[in-house]
Design a protein around this ligand. Structure first.
Ligand code: SAH
Ligand code: F3S
Length: 432
């Protein structure tokens, strides 16, 4: 009987995509995917270490898996992802029932860890295997396509440059070929991924991100093109021009600001000031007025005063982000911010986080309400998650819409939906 595997994934889209690659690699080797650890011969945890909380979850989960292994014996347990990269041998010391530890640089090299010849694979090989044809894509309408791995920015709070290595862009032609293959397999939406996706530069031809965007946007059958995550300091004229020119490029841009205070931004090494950030936002808005900006904010970074925090509040008001992800600063091992002094008192940081969400909630509500009564183009993705009687899809500017419509319609169709209600962070309507 075929061997089985189970994968659990935490963290960002890059991790989700790595899990799709791992799953594809295992299926190629004859394994069958199961949805429960109790039926699996191989159990993989694809972990995240961006904040301390995510990291702690891994060890409590490993405690549970120890019991699974005790009761069943023949189970292989692998820890993958950023905690694997960061902790390496320490995971095997602390949880000796783990069979192997494999970092993000080795997702393409499954053989050595599966056949037991290696228990630690945490290097970043020069010639990483990237078998895009075997990716086990979970969505019928959408494909993630990596344009680069790693990160060369050294934001002082961030563990990613350690866990995902130096920035390596994939050749332009390979990215384009992967996007074409995804379209041929029926996916109408492509999302280009990279830690600083807009720093992309083809290692062969030197072509930049704007050129890549335009070229993928022009592929026949790409109804929608998205990308994540853009670094503000890497926003270029060619990127903005591509967004203006190609209307199939999503009117949504995640542009993490982290703080509204230039003093804190300098301490974070974000490579822009508040003024510079606002200027970039202005340039993009001028080219694409309907854009939905989304952002990440950190509160309680070492040295953040009430005044600095007020500047984050006012920046959120000024940009009027449709979406915002905000976090309390979490000290990460080996990062330069550890030397910048104590983080802000936890209670103060929590209170700032609450105030920030309150301000943003109001802005988001206004934006969502503004769609009421309008007919928006929606890309149909399948049944609604909360109410299977409804259908679900997304607008051009990336809002989830649950709607009443004809379920016989092909997945990936774009149709008009009249919005009749704004919910907490989604819209509701009826196909017209
Ligand atoms: N370029 C990446 C950023 C990864 S981290 C991307 O693809 O999104 C995602 C977000 O987590 C960051 O933008 C930042 O707001 C937050 N973050 C990173 N390190 C953090 C830390 N040490 N404490 C709190 N939040 C952090
Ligand atoms: Fe992290 Fe900054 Fe790179 S947030 S992923 S070091 S751009």
């Amino acid at each position: 009987m075929a061997k089985t595997f189970f994968i659990e994934t935490w963290g960002c889209q890059m991790n989700d995509l790595d899990s799709q690659r791992l799953s594809g690699g295992l299926k190629l080797r004859g394994y069958r995917r199961v949805e429960s650890e109790h039926e699996a011969d191989v159990i993989l945890l694809n972990t995240c270490s961006i904040r301390e909380k995510s990291e702690q979850k891994v060890f409590s989960r490993l405690g549970e898996l120890r019991l699974v292994k005790k009761s069943r014996g023949e189970v292989t347990i692998g820890v993958c992802g950023c905690v694997a990269q960061q902790e390496g041998q320490r995971i095997l010391d602390r949880a000796p029932w783990v069979d192997f530890v494999m970092g993000p640089g080795n997702v393409g090299n499954l053989d050595a860890v599966l056949d037991g010849s290696a228990s630690i694979a945490i290097d970043f090989p020069e010639d990483r295997t990237y078998d895009y044809l075997s990716i086990d894509r979970s969505s019928a309408t959408k494909a993630w396509v990596t344009v680069m791995e790693g990160c060369n920015k050294n934001c002082t709070f961030c563990i990613v440059p350690t866990t995902r290595g130096r920035e390596v862009s994939r050749p332009f032609d390979e990215v384009a070929a992967e996007a074409r293959a995804a379209v041929e397999s029926g996916r109408v939406e492509i999302e280009l991924l990279g830690q600083t996706v807009n720093a992309y530069r083809c290692p062969v031809s030197g072509r930049d991100f704007g050129t890549l965007l335009s070229s993928v946007a022009r592929l026949d059958g790409v109804l929608r093109l998205r990308f994540m995550t853009s670094h503000p300091a890497e926003v270029s004229d060619s990127m903005i021009e591509a967004m203006r020119e190609h209307t199939n490029i999503s009117r949504y841009l995640h542009l993490p600001v982290q703080s509204g205070s230039s003093k804190i931004l300098r301490r974070m090494k974000r490579l822009y000031t508040r003024e510079k950030y606002l200027e970039i936002v202005g340039r993009i808005r001028e080219a694409v007025p309907e854009i939905h900006f989304s952002t990440d904010v950190i509160v309680g970074f070492p040295g953040e005063t009430e005044e600095d925090f007020q500047q984050s509040l006012s920046l959120v008001e000024e940009v009027r982000y449709g979406s915002m992800f905000a976090f309390k600063y979490s000290p990460r091992p080996g990062t330069p911010a550890l030397k910048l002094g104590q983080p802000v008192d936890d209670e103060v940081a929590s209170e700032r986080l609450t105030r920030l969400f309150e301000v943003h909630e109001r802005i988001k509500r206004q934006r969502l309400e503004s769609y009421r009564g309008r007919v928006l183009p929606v890309l149909y993705e399948g049944p609604s998650r909360n109410d299977p009687a409804m259908l679900a899809g997304r607008t051009d500017d990336n809002w989830v819409v649950n709607f009443v419509g004809n379920r016989a319609m092909p997945l990936g169709s774009i149709l008009g939906v009249r919005i009749d209600q704004a919910q907490h962070h989604t819209l509701r309507g009826e196909a017209v």
